[in-house]
Design a protein around this ligand. Structure first.
Ligand code: ZN
Length: 403
């Protein structure tokens, strides 16, 4: 059993290296991993047999046998990513290289019962697979991302503010049953952190966090090249870090939580008040994500009230990010999620400048702040890579620091 486990983990590590560094020879793989030639040969043979990796001609000979190079066969396996957000459900089909073959975005679950939504999602997936002419045999499974907190063992959401009536509903099991797909479940911020890594956007950084802002605010944390899951996968709840010990009571039980000051919902409520006073002229529809984007657009256009509201949210977020960076000594913070789509540059600038001035280790190293490479689809694409990672290279995010 232990032997099989080790063999699978070498196979995963080697696949990950071929994906990140290919085309690459067996000798180079041995150098990079420290594994024996025999272990490399066995793992490569198994990857070739499965069609996940291809031999692609010969590399430079170093005097002995010419080296056969190995590279990924991206189309050989596909992952489906599903992100359930408050306003939208997003679907992404991605191949092994992280390339998106197709995406679809539909309106969010609203007040519908979880079982009704599960049946809608099942139909949406069927339609997406049909439209893309996906061979279902190649789909390794579905990654499902949802706002935390989660019970990952039961595959259920447990009390995310917009999903209270979903608490305890066995979402992963229900979707796995209706779609027939293997289903991996995690929170949207962790999915986004894996997605960044998978697309090579975090190369050179072994300790980083993604800050995901959709309806709530969460963080996915990678330390020493490994995704950090905590005891119950509820890590990175940065939205419930207190930014005011004498502040407002939060439904989570804590006081002065970041989300009460910085979330899109709060900014939109403040914008509505300003609009009612006649200080701000922004079209508000009642859909938080759209209204937040409208405030972001007004800020981009230089509206002073919109700038003040976005600026205040960004300052609060920066405070919490500094606490996270001080606790974990991170090198990189990636901002992901629909909320950063329009006003992202304000957040990047505010957080970067706050870290430069106030982070504890600022004299020793800089902390880079940037937008996600995956834009609006960060959680859905992250979820697709989550299932690809889990099925093909489990527990091998670490290879990022080996490479
Ligand atoms: Zn809270």
């Amino acid at each position: 059993m232990k032997q099989t486990h080790r063999r699978e983990s070498s196979r995963g590590k080697i696949l990950d290296l071929i994906r990140v560094s290919g085309p690459v020879s067996r000798v180079e793989l041995a150098d990079m991993t420290g594994l024996t030639q025999a272990t490399i040969s066995t793992a490569v043979r198994s990857l070739l047999n499965d069609g996940v990796v291809l031999e692609t001609g010969r590399g430079e000979s170093t005097g002995g046998k010419p080296r056969m190079l190995l590279e990924l066969n991206p189309a050989s396996r596909l992952g489906l990513g599903v992100h359930i957000g408050q306003d939208y459900i997003t679907y992404v089909v991605a191949d092994l290289s992280g390339r998106v073959l197709g995406r679809r975005r539909v309106s969010g679950p609203g007040d519908a019962s979880p079982m009704t939504v599960v049946s809608r999602i099942t139909d949406d997936i069927d339609r997406l697979f049909d439209a893309l002419a996906v061979d279902r045999e190649t789909v390794v499974g579905m990654g499902l991302a949802a706002p935390g907190p989660l019970d990952r063992t039961e595959g259920a959401m447990i009390g995310a503010p917009s999903f209270r009536h979903w608490t305890g509903f066995p979402l992963r099991r229900a979707l796995s049953t209706t779609t027939g797909l293997h289903c991996e479940f995690d929170n949207d911020a962790t999915a986004a952190a894996i997605g960044e890594y998978w697309l090579g956007a975090t190369e050179g950084y072994s300790s980083y966090a993604s800050v995901y802002m959709g309806s709530g605010i969460g963080a996915g944390i990678v330390m020493d090249g490994t995704i950090y899951q905590g005891v119950s996968s509820n890590v990175g709840e940065i939205g419930h870090v207190s930014v005011d010990a004498n502040g407002l009571p939060c439904p989570c039980g804590n006081i002065g939580c970041l989300e009460l000051y910085a979330s899109p919902q709060v900014v939109v409520a403040q914008a509505a008040e300003a609009a009612a006073r006649g200080e701000l002229n922004v079209p508000l529809t009642g859909v938080v994500s759209e209204d937040f984007a409208a405030v972001g657009t007004a800020a981009n256009d230089g509206d002073p009230v919109a700038l003040r509201l976005i600026g205040r949210s960004a300052e609060y977020l920066a405070s919490a990010v500094i606490s996270m960076v001080n606790l974990l000594d991170l090198q990189l913070v990636v901002l992901a999620g629909s909320a950063f789509a329009t006003a992202g540059s304000f957040y990047v600038d505010t957080i970067a400048s706050a870290l430069d001035k106030r982070a504890m280790a600022r004299a020793i190293h800089r902390v880079e702040v940037r937008m996600s490479v995956n834009g609006n689809d960060a959680a859905a694409l992250g979820a697709a890579t989550l299932v690809l990672q889990d099925r093909l290279s489990p527990r091998t995010l670490r290879s990022v620091s080996i490479a």
